[in-house]
Design a protein around this ligand. Sequence first.
Ligand SMILES: *Cc1c(COP(=O)(O)O)cnc(C)c1O
Length: 397
Amino acid sequence: MDKLAIDGGLPIRTKPFPAWPIYDELEERLILEVVRSGKWGGTGRIKLPELEEKFAAIHDAKHAVSIANGTVAITISLQAAGVQPGDEVIMPPYTFIATASSALLFGAIPVFVDIEPDTLLIDPEKVEAAITSKTKAIIAVHIAGAPANLTRLRAIANKHGLRLIEDSAQAVGARWDGVGVGAQGDLGTFSFQSSKNINAGEGGIILTNDRELADHAWSLANVGRIREGGWYQHETIGWNLRMTELQAAILLGQLSRLDDQMERRERNAQLLTELLGDTPGVRTLRRDPKITRHALHIFMFRIDPDLTDRINKADVIRKLNAEGIPVTSGYVSLNQNKAVINETKKWTGEERAYSCPNSERACDKEIVWLSQNIMLAGEPDMYDIAAGVRKVMASLG
Ligand SMILES: *Cc1c(COP(=O)(O)O)cnc(C)c1O
């Protein structure tokens, strides 16, 4: 058996994976246009309306509201949907902290419902049991770019009179049952933070098919103004959470590559799924056939749950890194995050405990990530990743 690189053997690869972010002269030209126009924000917006229109069209949505980032996009969506301080919002714990903090930032309470162990998406079968008289909304998180089960979640939300919000920060371009994500819920949010598939350093957008919700969200993010109203006409108290023309320019450049990049991600992911499917010690995730387009922001795979009593995740990651395979460990389950627990206690006066064994196991023992640039590499790179995983898992017996 080949000696592991961590023990002084030859690594599987030393070549770097694709650099990030990806851009060319197009972004340079678009941003120069904005600089020279002198219209960087405020009135006379040109790039932002174009971005909003294109982004909505890509996702089959009627309305888009650009916004400062993905976190406040969720906060604004919750507030536009009528969620008030003290109301409960159902969400999965296997997600970035922003899904929970967006609620806690104004006193809405996250209620965690466990994920399915083989998709890492919220388990629709467990949602109804978590609904109380205080529940106002469900947040579906399309983790790693895989749409959550929007058919089931929509039906549950309708049955109980709840709002459905899609945290689509990782899912630009994804489709569930042939329709774009974002506006299958009442509102959907996206992030253009530097690690996201389409990025401008920072930024965000809200999609919806409901004109009133779009106007309400716009007002909340535009100092309480109303569309077509006067500059100093403020109907409610709102923040200034606008995005700039400079960001919109970069994003229009980025969007021009979306289709090509999505096809490449899909091809690579199919190949890697096949290769890892034959590898003892690991398992690939289950993909619902209704995921008609996967954004593949992160490629996640599992250490075989039957082996985790003797195979340590941190050890696997260290050994893969030494082989030149840049895997990472990912999230801490949010039901175990101290800040979330403390802030929830601050608002509710009680210590809330949630049982989310699948999410906890995913974080602590099973799930390994390949970052957003890796599915844009070439076919030989997928063989390298699989070879690295096979070598490390074989060494662990
Ligand atoms: C990145 C991300 C966010 C937050 O977006 P920001 O633009 O960084 O504020 C929210 N939810 C998920 C799932 C994310 O990955």
